[in-house]
Design a protein around this ligand. Structure first.
Ligand SMILES: [Mn+2]
Length: 297
């Protein structure tokens, strides 16, 4: 098993060299800094990259990784989308570059920890193994510089205990907007057929409300389990909704995703936690309200 990983690592490293040669440039990490040096953090937490899908914002993610270095890097699930890749192979160069960057980071002494999610559940078979220096674990506990224990889990295990269709949670407000449009077209058609007005959006509004309840239920369920395990907080992903707030004395953090929100959670050297959006940096208050801050030069 170990040999297979090393072979794969060597193969992927070879890929990186050939790519760089083709581009006529050396690895960007090795190149002298042309712009500002990367902002260094104690820990960076990212999840839901969904590499292997057209939705993955690999270029934004590469840019984020270039600008943010850390002692610890947690990959909290749905990193590679095995579900999508099984249906249709989609693996552009940028997705390869992300994998290269993560492997290189591990080689250069950053402790990279991968907690598989539901879309990369294939990796759960390799728990307690190391993939080119990236540790694969079922879940983890991160000790912050100020002594807080944060439970690291993707979050999909909580789907089973929450009674609502999870796809609604992914859509949320977008679904409502879309529904308004659909409603208009539907009723134009109904009018042509001589049928009375019928509000699809009103019908679905109740369902969206249920989806919002799902998000809250998810957050409470994850925080409750973190408390039961004796931790002070939790960092998860899965629902693609970045958040940082206290739930009954437990710090609930969701590091967002790299499909839509381009968000990451970072721990400063003093243990302070912050949600970042890249390229637009945001300060997220305890109430979950995002305040736009100047874009880093
Ligand atoms: Mn997931």
């Amino acid at each position: 098993m170990r040999a297979a990983f090393d072979a794969l690592d060597a193969w992927s490293a070879g890929m990186a060299y050939s790519t760089n040669e083709a581009a006529g440039a050396r690895s960007e990490d090795d190149a002298p800094a042309e712009s500002a040096p990367p902002q260094h953090y104690r820990a960076v937490f990212i999840s839901d990259l969904h590499l292997g899908t057209p939705g993955c914002q690999a270029h934004a993610l590469l840019d984020f990784l270039r600008h943010h270095s850390s002692d610890y890097l947690y990959l909290i699930g749905d990193i590679v989308d095995g579900w999508q890749l099984r249906r249709r192979w989609f693996w552009p160069q940028a997705h390869n570059d992300v994998v290269q960057k993560l492997l290189r980071r591990a080689r250069k002494g950053c402790r990279v920890v991968f907690v598989p999610g539901n879309h990369d559940e294939f990796a759960r078979a390799f728990v307690e193994h190391s993939f080119g220096g990236i540790e694969v674990v079922e879940d983890a506990v991160h000790l912050t510089a100020d002594g807080r224990r944060l439970w690291i889990t993707h979050g999909d295990y909580f789907d089973g205990v929450i009674q609502c269709a999870k796809w609604l949670a992914y859509l949320g407000d977008n679904l409502y907007e879309f529904t308004l449009k659909l409603n208009r077209h539907l009723n134009t058609l109904r009018a042509r057929l001589g049928l009375p007005y019928w509000s699809l959006s009103a019908y679905l509004k109740g369902k969206v409300k249920k989806a919002l309840n799902y998000v809250t239920d998810f957050e409470v369920a994850v925080a409750t389990e973190a408390r039961r395990r004796g931790h002070q907080g939790v960092v998860c992903g899965h629902i693609h909704r970045a958040e940082m707030r206290e739930i009954d004395g437990i710090l609930y953090c969701n590091d967002g995703d790299w499909v839509e929100s381009h968000m990451a959670l970072v721990e400063h050297v003093d243990g302070r936690l912050e949600l970042l959006q890249w390229p637009v940096r945001r300060l997220v208050t305890g109430a979950g309200k995002a305040v736009a801050a100047p874009v880093q030069a």
